[in-house]
Design a protein around this ligand. Structure first.
Ligand code: SF4
Ligand code: SF4
Length: 59
């Protein structure tokens, strides 16, 4: 689990909305990644406007 670190606590949901497999869920500002659903396409990192998801371990 990784904290969304966008400005002023704003959560844009772009990562969640652009994940093709539903692997990301935003819960109380926390990015929750389901490793079983993640296909490592890195769409989430491409869509995050503040680069917060670069620190998520997508391996
Ligand atoms: S890398 Fe994983 S979590 Fe990110 S958009 Fe792709 S499937 Fe979803
Ligand atoms: S795309 Fe980035 S800024 Fe937007 S909710 Fe996801 S982690 Fe936060």
């Amino acid at each position: 689990m990784r904290k969304c670190v966008s400005d002023a606590g704003h959560v844009c949901y772009l990562c969640e909305e652009n994940c093709p497999t539903g692997a990301i869920e935003l819960i109380d500002g926390e990015v929750v990644l389901d490793n079983d659903k993640c296909i490592r396409c890195i769409e989430c990192t491409h869509h995050c406007p503040v680069g917060a998801l670069k620190r998520i371990d997508i391996e």
